[in-house]
Design a protein around this ligand. Structure first.
Ligand SMILES: [Zn+2]
Length: 479
């Protein structure tokens, strides 16, 4: 009897379970990689520069690629020439869907400064070049190829896997807003989107840190307006608006940093320390020593300074029409970014107290709230495990993004959103996103696809309870 039960069990397991690694072994990498290179190169040829966007060009291209594979698609039209694309792979519905999110618009270029035509899709000197290669058509190509591979391999999924290529991330977020409106039809529990990368030598030489964004700072854009009586430019009179403004700006420059040690960053430092070992590693694992010894360096480095504090950045000025007229109002434009848990109201109260001048007022022009996903999560664990797989001296950890992405619009719907583009790059390449000569190494396309496809399989394969790859998760919060 026991032997009969056992053989039945084995038969059932053999039939139903396809562990993720077995699926990865069935991928025809020799053809998948050139296909992926072509897919990315073709996407980079499409001028989806926002404004105006023209994302329909990329929607048409991706739609055709999915149709050829028999993958269901649906367009969400925004306006003339602008659309987003949804593609779906069916699943048994045991889990809520998983979304592969990307945006297909790109920022403008200064083409004359580039070594290649930014819209040629050039594959040259070991790189795929073009505006959007990193931000974020490289990820679009990885996500599309993940869908295509899952379909071709006939993988049984226990949840829908939904590809979302949205318009207008770089300007107004109309694309993700239109997806939010039809969320009933999407309803993902988890999303992977842009955010971090695998960054070489980030904290220690020789160590790669895979930054998986779990949170984004909120953006509070405002005007700081000074008012006073107008008058003739020939005769200086104390208390006029420009004088109030320059005093207020001088006070803003004295603003003290208030560090908020976000638990995500503490966890990232802890993991980095564990991997690195030694005295430096021990310091990173100790919150007390970290705050005492590493704080000055973190505050001096603009990206970590921005990740640990609410920032106030003067980005423009307005007011005054003629050199000989003192205007009644002049102002500065402030781009302020606040950490998760902080509010625009608290920041305005702080700035009002600091400036301490009734002739100055703050007017908020737009706000997005900071939000955060947990990292004690199976999909986060899968992304982190696949990120470091097969590498020496690599670590993956949660970070706070200082910029905005479309993930911010989805977290209020209860979505766990993670920002991770699975390419390993260095600081020089990272600086090409939104800059000149944006490019991605051809050598990262295969590992990138493997990392993403592996993580998707880890959390979506329809396998019996217990046959799923068990991944270590860590609790949310500092240790
Ligand atoms: Zn982007």
């Amino acid at each position: 009897m026991p032997s009969l039960v056992l053989s039945l069990l084995f038969a059932a397991t053999a039939q139903a379970s396809i562990p993720a690694d077995d699926v990865l072994a069935r991928v025809e990498w020799a053809t998948a990689v050139p296909e992926l290179t072509t897919l990315l190169s073709e996407l980079l040829k499409l001028r989806t520069v926002n404004p105006p966007g023209d994302e329909l060009l990329a929607v048409d291209y991706l739609d055709a690629a999915f149709q050829k594979e028999g993958i269901n698609t649906e367009r969400v039209l925004l306006s003339d020439g602008r659309a987003s694309l949804i593609a779906r792979l069916p699943g048994s519905g045991k889990q809520r869907p998983l979304c592969l999110l990307n945006h297909i618009d790109v920022v403008p270029v200064e083409a004359a400064r580039w070594k290649v035509d930014p819209f040629s899709g050039a594959v040259k000197d070991g790189f795929v070049w073009g505006r959007g290669a990193l931000d974020m058509k490289g990820m679009t190509a990885l996500e599309a190829m993940t869908m295509i591979q899952l379909k071709r391999l006939g993988v049984e999924l226990d949840r829908q896997v939904i590809f979302l290529a949205v318009a207008d991330e770089e300007v107004d977020s109309q694309g993700v807003d239109s997806i939010v409106k039809l969320w009933d039809k999407v309803n993902c529990s988890h999303v992977v989107n842009e955010g971090g990368y695998g960054l070489q030598d980030l904290f220690f030489p020789g160590q790669t840190f895979h930054a998986i964004s779990v949170a984004e700072k909120g953006a509070v854009w405002m005007k700081m307006i000074a008012s006073g009586a107008p008058g003739h430019g020939s005769t200086p009179v104390p208390g006029r608006a420009p004088e109030h403004l320059s005093r207020a700006l001088a006070k803003l420059a004295t603003r003290k940093d208030r560090v908020d040690w976000n638990p995500a960053l503490m966890e990232a430092f802890r993991r980095t320390g564990v991997e690195h070992g030694g005295l430096s590693g021990a310091i990173l694992q100790s919150p007390g020593l970290l705050k005492l010894l590493v704080r000055p360096k973190l505050m001096k480095t603009p990206p970590t300074h921005a990740a640990l504090t609410d920032t106030v950045n003067v980005t423009g000025f307005f007011g005054g029409k003629a050199p000989n007229v003192v205007p009644s109002e002049v102002g500065a434009v402030l781009d302020c970014r606040i950490l998760p848990g902080h509010t625009a109201e608290a920041l305005i109260a702080e700035l009002t107290a600091l400036v301490d001048d009734p002739a100055i007022r703050f007017e908020v022009t737009s706000t997005t709230n900071a939000n955060q996903s947990p990292w004690d999560d199976p999909f986060f664990a899968a992304l982190a495990e696949r990120a470091v797989e097969g590498q020496e001296h690599a670590v993956a950890g949660p970070v706070v993004s200082v910029g905005y992405t479309d993930s911010q619009a989805l977290r209020p719907l209860g979505v766990h959103a993670y920002g991770y583009v699975p390419f390993i790059i260095n600081g020089e390449l990272l600086a090409t996103a939104h800059g000149d000569d944006e490019r991605v190494p051809v050598s990262e396309l295969q590992p990138g696809l493997r990392r993403l496809l592996g993580a998707v399989l880890d959390v979506s394969l329809d396998v019996p309870e217990g046959a799923r790859r068990l991944l270590p998760t860590t609790p949310t919060g500092p240790r």
